[in-house]
Design a binder for this molecule. Sequence first.
Ligand code: FES
Length: 63
Amino acid sequence: MYVCLCHGIRDRDLRDAVTRGCDSFEALQAHTGVSTCCRTCEPTAREVLEEALASRAPAVQAA
Ligand code: FES
C-alpha cells in the first residue's frame, strides 16, 4: 500500500529501507523522503517503521 502520496512511497519501500539499515524515523526520512512534505503520512510511516524494526530484531539477536 502507498504510505506517502506526496513521494509515492509504499510500506514495502519503508521496510526495505529498514532492512538496509534505517533504524529511526529521521533516518527513514533522510533515506526515502517519507514525511518531508505535508506529513500526513507520518503516523502510518512510524507504524511501519516500528513493525519493521520489531520484525528484524530476532535476526539481529541471532547474529
Ligand atoms: S503524504 Fe507523505 S509527505 Fe505528504
